[in-house]
Design a protein around this ligand. Structure first.
Ligand SMILES: Cc1ncc(C[n+]2csc(CCOP(=O)(O)OP(=O)(O)O)c2C)c(N)n1
Ligand SMILES: [Mg+2]
Length: 704
């Protein structure tokens, strides 16, 4: 006979059926209540922001409602302030978990000066706080992912047991930066956790139109590590998976891609109308799986949330949010004059047009002439670059070198030859062939406090990194209101005259000099190359360092042996003094301009001064104007094409500030507006600016 079972008590039932999941995960009641409070705070704060929007007080809302379980559950598994976190714009639950207050979130909503993320410079939800280990974020999707890989590489290099956790939507997984970052993280088995909050849509585009693969997590296998799918609306599930991924990363077992299946309840932003691409029924169906309800229910089942506490907690949090909104709204806007500040961590020249109160330029040490700099060695340009990098690696363990073929091969131009053997494969390392991530990883390394030197194999291939350079490296200091800076050097061999044709000859300086926040340097003597490279590495801002390919082996000269000898950025030099006209040049054309000036002098046709800009941006207006006001004539020569180029900038500068000292109109000599030099020698020669053409222009200028 079957044994009769006695009816279980309610207590037994709850023990049986409502099993305790949290203790098995190492969480106690305090954790659970903390998670609940944070999910609820995120929800109430988000709701408050929408109501401020309806009142006309919050012009733009990006909502996290529905995704708080994925956010709080994952962030709860991190060591706040120690691990590094790169949130994306929906991650209200992440930043609250990691210590940002409701008031701080609201300061950004109101664009107030005290907004810790950006001082009111960025739209709301672009969070960042060096203090909290939250890396400043931008608007372009997925750009933060290579930064995460760089930060993780730095942690590994320094033997820190830090984990780098980055967040993004499933839409971001279509971007190259996602793939490039995961590829690099997989190759080096980095301590990264990539958390995808898959809410089913990229604005209006459903997952099925974003990817032919069912699950984002499946993509991880393509990069040599694991992908995990979790119920993103169950904070405990998310916690468990993140905890496991973090443990693996900390133990050196490599990255994890964690896909949290979740949903956003609100439209993409306050500017979106989601009724055009999804149904109310679909939203309702997901609301039944609400993460807030789930964790509240769990607490109740565990008898950890008596009704009275539930009511009290909600009242407390509502009061906190209301009070935070009142306080934040009462705070002042930023002062208008601060709009011109914090473009550079180390401003070298006044920003043109900046009112008083802009950042004053930092005085740089006066340049010591090569002749006064102690012993020198005769080197060509590429040898000077190699030696300077050698000295930099030897003198500062924060310096690392990365790029395509820079390791054992020593670079296609041999600019890194011997460096990997001397300083090890961890500090001088080959990257996959992916320029956006070379720069993006460099940014991550720089944010971690290293001094990366990225090599772009040919300047012509830098453009796929434009987003990382212009939207990220050059903007991070400004957008974080000075909380972060990016001491990154990007070396790029540029220029023509080497039969490199359209894609191995480009001049890119004008394109990049147009980017505020980026310093662009184009030295042309071995000493200037060495001195400026050292200065670029010491500079706290991103520097694009252009090396003219043709000069690499052609141009030789003495280079001071003293590894401390430097050439200041933002300071031009007079390459050949003269009295009758000024030629402004840089790169290979500095040498050709000097050659032309010597030819004119030898023929008794005039005494022309050649100013070598050395730095394109920030431009040394003082040296140019001092020369032109003395000579009364100005010719600008460059190999870059004519229109919208450095010549236009210098001509405008001279017209604005030295017009009444001019004896003749400013002239420009540049390559025609064609897409770089063609391969066939007669075509290349037809376009090239050589010494003879410069001499002809000089004569024309002197004849006026
Ligand atoms: C590179 C880039 N292209 C377009 C946009 C405009 N945009 C902002 S969010 C978004 C959708 C992102 O979807 P997903 O990554 O899934 O994140 P979700 O908004 O769903 O959380 C788009 C297209 C952008 N910010 N960046
Ligand atoms: Mg999405």
């Amino acid at each position: 006979m079957a044994r009769a079972l006695h009816a279980p008590s309610t207590e037994d039932l709850s023990r049986l059926h409502l099993h305790d999941r949290h203790t098995a995960l190492g969480l106690d009641a305090g954790d659970l209540l903390g998670m609940y409070r944070t999910v609820l705070l995120a929800r109430l704060l988000d709701q408050k922001i929408w109501s401020l929007n309806r009142m006309g007080k919050a012009p733009f809302v990006v909502s996290g409602q529905g995704q708080e379980g994925a956010q709080v559950g994952s962030a709860w598994a991190l060591r706040g302030g120690d691990d590094v976190v790169l949130p994306y714009y929906r991650d209200i639950g992440v930043v609250l978990t990691l210590g940002m207050s409701a008031a701080e979130v609201l300061l950004a909503v109101f664009a107030r000066a005290a907004d810790p993320s950006s001082g009111g410079r960025q739209m709301p939800n672009h969070w960042g706080s060096a203090r909290l280990g939250l890396i400043t974020g931008s608007s372009p999707i997925a750009t933060q992912l290579p930064h995460a890989a760089g930060l993780a590489y730095a942690a590994r290099l320094r033997h820190q047991d830090q984990v780098v956790v980055s967040y993004f939507g499933e839409g971001a997984t279509s971007k190259g930066d996602f793939h490039e970052a995961l590829n690099f993280a997989g190759i080096h088995s980095l301590p990264c956790v990539f958390v995808c909050e898959n809410n089913g849509y990229a604005i209006s585009v459903p997952v099925a139109r974003e990817s032919a693969v069912d699950n984002v997590a499946d993509r991880a296998h393509g990069y040599g590590f694991g992908g995990i799918i979790v119920d993103g609306n169950d904070p405990l599930d998310v916690y468990a998976a993140t905890h496991q991924a973090v443990r693996r990363a900390r133990a050196g077992e490599g990255p994890t891609l964690l896909e949290c299946k979740t949903y956003r309840y609100k439209a993409h932003t306050s500017d979106d109308d989601d009724r055009s691409y999804r149904t109310a029924e679909e939203v309702e169906a997901w609301q039944k799986k609400d993460p807030l309800r789930r964790i509240r229910q769990y607490l109740i089942e565990q008898r950890l949330l008596p009704e009275a506490d539930e009511v009290r907690i909600e009242a407390e949090l509502r009061a906190e949010v209301d009070e935070a909104a009142r306080r934040a709204e009462a705070m002042p806007f930023p002062e208008p004059a601060t709009a011109w500040t914090r473009v550079f961590a180390r401003p070298l020249r006044p920003l043109p047009g900046a009112p008083d109160g802009g950042d004053p330029p930092v005085a740089t040490a006066p340049e010591v002439a090569v002749a006064d700099a102690g012993p020198t060695t005769e080197r060509n340009v590429v040898d000077a670059i190699r030696q300077a990098q050698h000295d930099l690696l030897a003198g500062d363990e924060r310096v690392v070198v990365l790029g395509e073929d820079v390791g054992p091969r020593g670079g296609v131009f041999r600019a890194t030859e011997g460096l990997a053997a001397s300083f090890g494969a961890a500090r001088v390392f080959d990257t996959p062939l992916a320029e956006s991530s070379i720069v993006g990883i460099g940014i991550g390394l720089a944010l971690a406090g290293l001094r990366p030197i990225c090599e772009i194999q040919f300047a012509d291939f830098i453009h796929s990194a434009y987003d990382q350079i212009a939207s990220e490296a050059a903007r991070i200091h400004y957008r974080s209101n000075g909380d972060f800076h990016v001491p990154l050097v990007i070396r790029a061999p540029w220029g023509g005259g080497v039969h490199g044709a359209l894609y191995h000859s480009q001049s890119i300086e004008a394109t990049y000099a147009h980017v505020p926040g980026l310093k662009v340097v184009a030295p042309s003597t071995p000493a200037d190359v060495a001195g400026l490279l050292r200065e670029a590495v010491a500079d706290p801002d991103p520097v694009l360092f252009l090396e003219h390919k043709r000069s690499y082996r052609l141009v030789k000269g003495p280079v001071p042996d003293d590894p401390g000898w430097r050439v200041p950025i933002g300071v031009a030099t007079v390459a050949r003094p003269g009295t009758d006209a000024t030629v402004v040049a840089y790169g290979m054309l500095r040498h050709l301009a000097v050659e032309a000036a010597e030819a004119l002098a030898a023929a008794g046709e005039g005494n022309v001064e050649v100013v070598d800009l050395r730095t394109i941006s920030p431009l040394d207006a003082d040296t140019v104007l001092a020369s032109v006001t003395r000579t009364g004539r100005c010719l600008v020569v460059h190999e870059d094409n004519l229109s919208f180029g450095v010549g236009a900038e210098v001509a405008a500068l001279v017209a604005e500030h030295a017009f009444f000292d001019l004896d003749a109109p400013v002239r420009r000599l540049a390559t025609a507006d064609v897409p770089a030099f063609p391969f066939a020698p007669p075509l290349e020669e037809a376009l090239s600016v050589d010494a003879a053409r410069i001499a002809t222009e000089m004569r024309a200028l002197l004849a006026v």
